[in-house]
Design a protein around this ligand. Structure first.
Ligand code: SF4
Length: 341
């Protein structure tokens, strides 16, 4: 394996077999004066992930650039493990996977195939055609919404789904994210944890600030037990970073607004998502709540529309009552603000 490939994809297992890498100990990485650039870049990987869910791609022209990039990956993983916060871990995994996907977009098929193998996806890349086994396709595409991801919209033959390169890479990104997240937190020895305490404290400070910035803005009294199953599922999806379909996002925001939450409060709930983008989210939310145009917001869709859009899920006994034809009616009954018959 060459150093450039390893620098782009430092999560590949065989990177640790490269002689220049295998000869460096974890103690060297966290404390050697020669590893300052590595530690700086490692900290920046985590901070960038925290701030923007993205990690930049520095120059990898020189051998020392490549070495720094490779070694900064395990250092970043040590930091994330020491902080050991679920939100940070998810957001970091998302950012690392997205960084790798940026490189994969420009990569030749042979190298893309090598990365696909590292995440255990069953693929075939022959004559420029990208194919993924349908089971892997379903697993990885299920959380990307939009009709263009439906299996029926692709050629399927002999168990494999044929995909354009961009979509193939996008699915690999999901697989990488899962893998990176599943490997964290690492079991970090005390001596190593003590050596990195300064960087861990810096990350924890920013993380706490980010969380409190949104938490203090939330003054609502939303009781999740009162929410209809469909809205609970959408909210859970939004908070765990699932890419909600447009209809789902619309239903969720309009519902929350209809029960009295303002744009900032709704933003607070969305801010827990690992891929939260504040400026994009507030624009979308204010569009739906009407705040953007100084008018009344939209009314949440009724159950019939939710069913048509495939976002009526986990129906329960209350949903089955004849009078419950709208998620807002469900909520009013459950919260005691409406009729119970
Ligand atoms: S029946 Fe209505 S309230 Fe119940 S889950 Fe479906 S859309 Fe939501």
């Amino acid at each position: 394996m060459d150093l450039l490939f390893a620098a782009r994809y430092p999560f590949v297992d065989s990177v640790s077999e490269i002689p220049e890498i295998s000869s460096v100990s974890a103690e060297d990485v966290v404390s050697s004066p020669y590893m300052e650039d590595v530690r700086r870049r490692g900290l920046s990987r985590v901070m960038e992930a925290l701030e923007s869910a993205e990690i930049g791609t520095p120059s990898l022209l020189g051998k020392s650039d490549r070495f720094t990039e490779i070694m900064s990956y395990p250092y970043a993983r040590i930091l994330v493990s020491c902080v050991n916060d679920r939100y940070l871990t998810k957001r970091y995994a998302l950012a690392e996977a997205s960084r790798a996907a940026d490189y994969l977009e420009e990569e030749d098929p042979k190298r893309i195939d090598a990365i696909a193998r590292t995440v255990g996806a069953k693929t075939q890349i022959v004559d420029g055609e990208f194919k993924m086994h349908f089971a892997d396709y379903l697993r990885l595409a299920s959380r990307i919404k939009g009709s263009e991801w439906k299996l029926v919209n692709h050629d399927v033959g002999k168990g494999f789904v044929t995909l354009p390169k961009g979509k193939f890479v996008r699915l690999l990104q999901n697989a990488l994210q899962d893998r990176i997240e599943s490997e964290l937190p690492l079991d970090v020895p005390n001596a190593i944890a003590n050596a990195v305490r300064g960087d861990v404290d810096a990350i924890s400070y920013i993380l706490a600030d980010r969380k409190s910035r949104f938490a203090t803005e939330f003054t609502g009294d939303l009781n999740p037990d009162h929410l209809p199953p469909c809205i609970r599922a959408l909210l859970g999806g939004a908070q765990s970073g699932t890419n909600l379909p447009h209809a789902g996002r619309f239903a969720l925001v309009s519902f929350l607004n209809n029960i009295g939450m303002g744009s900032e409060q709704i933003l607070t709930l969305f801010s827990q998502s690992p891929d939260f983008d504040e400026s994009k989210s507030i624009y979308q939310i204010k569009h739906i709540t009407g705040e953007l145009y100084g008018r009344e917001g939209y009314t949440a869709p009724e159950c019939k529309t939710m069913k048509t859009n495939g976002i009526c899920v986990n129906e329960d006994d209350l949903c089955a009552r004849e009078k419950v034809n709208h998620p807002l009616i469900y909520y009013r009954i459950k919260s005691g603000t409406g009729r119970r018959d």
